[in-house]
Design a protein around this ligand. Structure first.
Ligand code: UDP
Ligand code: MG
Length: 164
């Protein structure tokens, strides 16, 4: 299995719960590197609409949008063997009730709100292709080849910063 990057974002409910270190620890303990982290940032409406454009017509979209604008998020890039599917497995199913039933140790099961759909703590890309699109969207840089990420001087300091 090849090494690859994926885009991860701690959502406002995860930032409010101060989950950054705990979430980094989960990735690091599963042989994934956290290679880029952006400062806490409150997103603009346009980027939320673009990021969730596949959901614009869903009845829950207004709740999702206002939730995503309700506080800062933390964009991250995670790198490693099979990172896209590995991270999706570690965060667990979209629906927190389902996550609690099917994957009780997952991040969403442990920290998500089962009574409010949007509040599931964390986003992660669902494919390699979307990972590159989302990294460009939130980090404003192209990462076509994971080699470019590997050579990033930030790998070691940022991983150590996770205070495990
Ligand atoms: N969401 C929601 N209600 C739903 C489905 C999704 O509020 O019935 C929110 C939830 O925050 C989810 C986000 O919309 O994480 C994006 O949905 P998607 O289907 O892409 O799930 P994900 O890829 O985040 O697991
Ligand atoms: Mg999705």
């Amino acid at each position: 299995m090849a090494k690859e990057v994926t885009y991860v974002m701690i959502k406002p409910d995860g930032v409010k719960q101060k989950l950054f270190s705990k979430i980094c620890k989960v990735f690091l303990e599963n042989d994934l590197d956290v290679i880029e982290i952006q400062n806490e940032i409150v997103l603009k409406k346009d980027i939320v609409r673009e990021h969730y454009s596949h959901l614009l017509n869903e009845s829950f979209y207004p709740d999702l949008e206002s939730f995503m604008l309700s506080g800062p998020v933390i964009p991250m890039i995670v790198y490693g063997e099979d990172a896209v599917s590995k991270v999706r497995a570690l965060i667990g199913p979209t629906n927190v009730k389902k996550a609690r039933e099917e994957s009780p140790n997952s991040i969403r099961a442990l920290y998500g709100n089962p009574d409010f759909g949007p509040a599931n703590v964390i986003h992660a890309s669902d494919s390699r292709e979307n990972a590159l699109i989302e990294i460009k969207r939130f980090f404003n840089k192209e990462l076509q080849r994971s080699k470019e990420v590997l050579t990033s001087s930030s790998i070691i300091p940022l991983s150590l910063n996770c205070a495990i």
